[in-house]
Design a protein around this ligand. Sequence first.
Ligand code: M6R
Length: 608
Amino acid sequence: MCGIVGILGRGPVADRLIDSLKRLEYRGYDSAGIGTLKGNHIELRRAEGKLRNLETRVRCHPLSGHVGIGHTRWATHGKPTEHNAHPHATDNVAVVHNGIIENFRELRAELKQHGACFASETDTEVVAHLIDSYLKNGCSPQDAVKASLPRLVGAFALAILFKGQHDLMIGARKGSPLAIGHGEGEMYLGSDAIALAPLTDLITYLEDGDWAVLNRNFAVVYDTQGTVARREVVKSATSSVLVDKANYRHFMAKEIHEQPEVIGQTLAHYVDIANESVALPQELPFNFNEIGHISITACGTAGYAGHIAKYWFERLARLPVELDVASEFRYREAPMRKGDLAVFISQSGETADTLAALRYAKSQGLHTLSIVNVQSSTIARESGTVLQTLAGPEIGVASTKAFTCQLVVLAALAVAAGKARGELSESDEIDLVRALIEIPRLVTAALASEPQIEKLARDIAKSRDVLYLGRGTSFPLALEGALKLKEISYIHAAGYAAGELKHGPIALVDESVPVIVIAPCDRLFEKTISNMQEVAARGGKIILITDASGAAEVSKDALATIVLPKMGTTFTPIVYAIPVQLLAYHTASLMGTDVDQPRNLAKSVTVE
Ligand code: M6R
């Protein structure tokens, strides 16, 4: 899961390649590189680490050339060093790649036998040498690529340059996304429309198996059979403005604070505020009465949003929900009933496992509905129905505002399902919609707990392990809290259903372990509190998150109580997510980790 870009320009391209890579850094930031054609040879600049290192290098050693490719890397094969950074090149050809070439060992051995010398440990370098071998056998660049592609097993998006070919670039995709951008007398390749936004808004999305031959004035797309394929040019609505941090230290902080506004925007898209009813922006191409079962599939935080929604669909619409981690969904051969509904949740809309699960569900004859934040993404384009979250660009690797907006859409959908199935009366719907309309105000109130949370974070920052407990919808929120903390602070954290603690994890509890108990005053409150007392009895340092009545009842057993506003019980996770996010944020920020780009991670995970 890397970002790639290519420019066939009318002027120097180095700076524009770097500008596009800035928009692709969410795909990986282990290393970055660019390559251009200079006279009769290919020149590269590459640097380990963040893009700013490459920028410094290019500033010291400028790169001319009107045609070039660029790459930002999330390491899969080989350490994140400079020599493993893309582009990978021979004398004749340079390649940037997103994906994994699964048969690279065999190809490498074969190419070595024929004299190829490898300079990196990457799978990508075989692509450069393979194409090079065909070029050396007298093939044209186009024929060399055509002969090479069928030999690559795995997933790839490629942008390829050829020595001496100043009006040629070739792109190919299988599994990983790739788009062509059409400029005025210029042509571009990019992993997505976001990378190309400052260059053009005229985009052709390549389909799986396509490859394309570009020159400055036109692009010819071929399908897997090598037949010329007609692919539409669409106008992208992606903004070219690079989002900034405003006055915040980190994007994550900014995104946490944007939640009242973006939740409000998303809500306004899914409910009719004046009539206090659910109003989905489009008619659904299926009838909830004919659905026997919903399967929800996603990864990471999006998966926890799905887990919370399972409680809502089951309770409000009496629809059984099966929940899957996307990387497992298509491999476990679960029986599926044609005509049932499969829901996919993804901020980026590019997560490889979620996309593969979507394609699998389609092949099984299920209705597919996706909840995505990036409207131009592959998942959005390939889903039967798309419900957009209006969270705006989420830059911090830790998902915050996308999560709460996903919950809003899922809540509206669950109410719509309950209504359609006759499980909710009109007055139930009004009550639930009123509760949803209250949420932006409640989230604002929850944000007021920040100074207290900042102080508590000092303690958490000294811990080795942290536990999160909750029951009902607070259980998946506990899982989300633990994920949030560990991904940005690198402190080990685990979330549990509060009732499950005594079946093993309670052995971890001692005076050094903070235990975050998420306990809104709902019908499970007393039970959660009993579990909390089991922890207190063993010396655990409890941080209780509840409302004023909960606090009045039990806060003496807690080291600290974060008091949230009183609210109805159904949608508490949307509001209780706020202290959970703030706790992770302030802990990591105190520890001085790279909050927005934590180690080993990427915002968009486009490999399996
Ligand atoms: O773009 P997606 O929503 O499909 O991404 C799914 C996960 O990779 C993502 O939620 C990840 O777990 C976040 N880093 C969590 O904060």
